[in-house]
Ligand binder design. Structure first.
Ligand code: P6P
Length: 333
């Protein structure tokens, strides 16, 4: 049940029955994510004032310069999730290996694993462009009471129990699903409270925005090149508008509100695509489908891909259903 301007706390309590395991753990897990998001938001919003935007001099498992905010966001979410007796393991874009959480009784009895990109698009921080946090939640599949294993993390996206993102933009929003539609909550920073500002978010079936880094055009598969030319034709409802922020959360959030498609195909530099299946594509695909949209690698439904590695990449096409299907038709010619 949704009421405009309901707080996130009220929403979680009033929709508790929707959570697949109404033990309250998932509610507490969403609550801990909202707290961590407030803490990260506070740091992101003052990034320009405090010397925390410069690269920290190290690189992460992706070989990318770690911005201090990357490290801070990662530590904030890990610490917040660890201290709440809900999570038995965490995987992060910033960590080579997954993190085992024993619980305060050291008995490995917590039931959920979280996979996350703590600060996606962080290269935009220094130029004051919006960034985001992406999270994906599963129930563990190995026996409770034993240490979490890689199998708990390598689950197909269709087994997610919840997923969402926080966008640190002109306002800060938490957008998430537990499999019963997508709802967006806007943070009132003065009160530290999130309010239901976007109930039951829906991807328009069609749109006229395409989001892709056209600098990679020469390396795109022919089907993608043909689709981009299709977008640019003077015909029917085209040419479409090209909008690409370079921040996955921001591009998909805008396209979900206005209608559009985001593409990150494989390129010469990224032969399997750049985006990570487990903590970028799966959560965004769950959100997209729950909002009536679609997400594929051009051929397969993203949520049906069986992962084999923690940081594996995939080509990614996500957005308005009819636009994704048009891309697929070009890819499958
Ligand atoms: P490129 C940010 O690094 C990111 O993972 C996504 O947020 C974004 O959509 C994409 O990569 C941008 O990549 O190669 O176009 O700069």
């Amino acid at each position: 049940m949704t009421r405009k301007n309901q707080t996130l706390g009220e929403f979680i309590i009033e929709n508790q029955k929707d959570f697949p395991y109404a033990s309250g753990e998932l509610s507490r897990l969403i609550n801990s994510i909202r707290l961590a998001a407030k803490m990260v938001n506070h740091e992101v919003n003052k990034a320009g004032l405090v010397d925390i935007t410069g690269a920290v001099g190290e690189t992460n498992v992706q070989g990318e310069d770690q911005q201090k905010l990357d490290v801070l966001a990662n530590e904030t979410f890990i610490n917040t999730l660890t201290n709440r007796e809900i999570v038995c393991g965490i995987a992060s874009e910033e960590n080579d290996e997954f993190i085992t959480i024993k619980g305060q009784k050291n008995d490995h009895r917590n039931n959920y694993v979280v996979l996350m990109d703590p600060l996606d698009g962080s290269s935009n921080i220094d130029v004051n462009v919006s960034v985001g946090t992406i999270f994906s939640i599963y129930r563990r599949v190995t026996p409770s009471g034993t240490p979490v294993t890689i199998e708990d993390f390598l689950q197909p996206g269709n087994l997610q129990v919840a997923a969402g993102y926080i966008i640190y933009g002109t306002s800060t929003m938490l957008v998430y699903t537990t499999g019963n539609g997508v709802n967006g909550f806007t943070l009132n920073p003065a009160l530290g409270t999130y309010y239901l500002s976007h109930p039951n978010m829906q991807f328009p079936e069609d749109g006229n925005i395409y989001s892709v880094n056209e600098g990679n055009y020469v390396h795109f598969p022919q089907g993608i090149k043909d689709y981009i030319k299709y977008c640019q034709e003077e015909k029917d409802d085209r040419p479409y508008t090209s909008r690409y922020i370079g921040s996955l959360v921001s591009d998909i959030h805008r396209n979900m509100i206005k209608g559009g498609v985001y593409l990150y195909p494989n390129t010469a530099k990224s032969p399997n695509g750049k985006l990570r299946l487990l903590y970028e594509c799966n959560p965004m695909a769950f959100i997209a489908e729950q909002a009536g949209g679609k997400a594929s690698d051009g051929f397969r439904r993203i949520l049906d891909i069986k992962p084999t590695e923690l940081h594996q990449r995939t080509p990614f096409v996500c957005g308005s259903k009819n636009m994704v299907e048009k891309v697929e038709s070009f890819m499958q010619k």
